[in-house]
Design a protein. Structure first.
Length: 193
């Protein structure tokens, strides 16, 4: 016996069949048994059976009253219909289970994607808090413009060397020191600053 060669299938005493083909056939039969057409046909066959065995000449009657053969045929039909319907329901349950599993996986992926996007939006908001916004830049430019206007409106005082510019520079630097700027520009603050 070699392990790298597959075994030949054994012959079975029972006939072989394709379970999927049998399942599809049972679903078709169960689908037909659940229609109004089947009920109409069944009612028609029973009515013809009863009328034939009541109204036909006695020689042609094949199932006398109490219609034992009709009862046997209906029992046989019911005994086959019940397992076929159960088999069709089992196949439908299997399909529903597969669909439910696929829906669950899809929901998990959707939740994971939503959580990822939520984290990304939160990080973007945090990053935007550190970026100089238009309003912050506008307020800084307005402050600088106000400082320049104040410097222009001040009377010209001679500096230590007698130049006009020296006094303005000293006055502007002193004014910034009084405000706490230290003569330098402030960096961008949070968006709400």
């Amino acid at each position: 016996m070699r392990l790298d060669v597959p075994r030949e299938p054994r012959r079975s005493l029972f006939p072989e069949y394709d379970p999927d083909a049998f399942g599809r056939l049972s679903e078709k039969i169960a689908r037909f048994l659940g229609t109004g057409r089947f009920i109409v046909w069944m009612t028609g066959v029973v009515a013809v059976w009863l009328l034939w065995n009541v109204l036909a000449p006695p020689v042609l009657r094949f199932d006398e009253y109490p219609f034992i053969f009709l009862t046997l045929m209906l029992s046989l039909q019911a005994s086959y219909a019940a397992p076929l319907i159960l088999l069709a329901q089992n196949r439908q349950d299997d399909r529903d289970r597969v669909n439910l599993e696929q829906d669950r996986r899809q929901n998990e992926r959707t939740i994971a994607d939503t959580e990822f996007l939520t984290r990304e939006v939160a990080s973007l908001r945090m990053g935007l808090g550190e970026v100089a916004t238009r309003d912050w830049i506008r307020s800084e430019l307005e402050e600088l413009l106000a400082e320049l206007r104040e410097i222009r409106e001040l009377p010209e005082t001679p500096g230590p060397e007698g130049g006009e510019d020296g006094g303005r520079e000293r006055h502007g630097a002193g004014e910034r020191r009084e405000r706490g700027d230290g003569g330098g520009r402030r960096g961008p603050g949070p968006a709400g600053a």
